[in-house]
Design a protein around this ligand. Structure first.
Ligand SMILES: [Zn+2]
Length: 241
């Protein structure tokens, strides 16, 4: 009977995610500090150039934070069970984008120190920055523990189908995909690790994983031709679940 595998972020993945989250929060804090500075000091006609520079800097910090934050969520995803937390954790970048730009945009348009032309220029740049930061900050395909668990089980099944019932794959530490053949052209001559599909997911810590297409085609061909399996079935050591 096939056991259901459960995705668990490794302690290393969790530690790495924590570090990325810290850097993301620092970048976002700097973005909001930049916004406060712009509101307090730059809302004057003769500061228009600096207001635009500040908007661009806030945008860069906001996007940097969002990219780090998204990566951390792929290393250590949230559970879908707590809907509110799941939403906030995955869409925090978009929320921060609103915090970093909306007050500034509102104050640009309502400020008495700025003339119409300056309001138009600074306001338009602010809105474009808000949209860009909002889009980068939104996670359109948010990772979750449940999604990864389902993926691991589905991919383990398909690897077993291709591999004569054996859950054994190969990968290189920095590689994008995992492989069925140790001598696949894409990993040949590099540092190769081996293990189950689940181990490939957990050790590689990149979130989304998939099987190398070259290996998949080769395995299908072998299956159709009834040739030797990609990996010889090995007796599982006693005590392994
Ligand atoms: Zn391959």
């Amino acid at each position: 009977m096939p056991e259901k595998k459960q995705f668990v972020a490794t302690p290393e993945a969790k530690a790495q995610a924590k570090q990325l989250r810290l850097f993301a929060l620092l970048a976002w804090a700097a973005a909001i500090a930049g916004e406060v500075f712009a509101i307090l000091k730059l809302l004057h006609n003769d500061m228009l150039t600096w207001l635009i520079v500040a908007t661009v800097v806030i945008l860069a910090l906001s996007i940097t934070g969002s990219l780090l934050w998204k990566k951390s969520n792929r290393l250590d995803p949230a559970s879908e069970k707590d809907k509110f937390r799941f939403f906030v954790q995955n869409q925090l970048g978009a929320i921060i984008a609103a915090v970093a730009f909306l007050p500034l945009i509102i104050l640009i348009f309502t400020n008495k120190e700025l003339d119409g032309k300056s309001k138009g220029i600074a306001g338009a740049i602010g809105i474009v920055a808000l949209l860009a930061a909002g889009i980068v900050g939104t996670d359109f395909n948010p990772p979750s523990i449940e999604k990864y668990t389902d993926e691991i089980n589905a991919q383990t099944d398909s690897v077993k189908t291709l591999n004569h019932g054996v859950d054994l794959v190969y990968w290189t530490p920095g590689g994008e995909k995992y492989h069925l053949f140790q001598d696949c052209q894409h990993i040949k001559g590099r540092e190769i690790h081996e293990g189950t599909v689940q181990q490939a997911w957990e050790e590689r810590k990149i979130g989304d994983n998939e099987l190398c297409k070259t290996c998949e085609r080769r395995a299908r061909k072998q299956l159709e031709a009834g040739e030797t399996p990609a990996a010889e079935p090995v007796a599982e050591p006693a005590g392994q679940e």
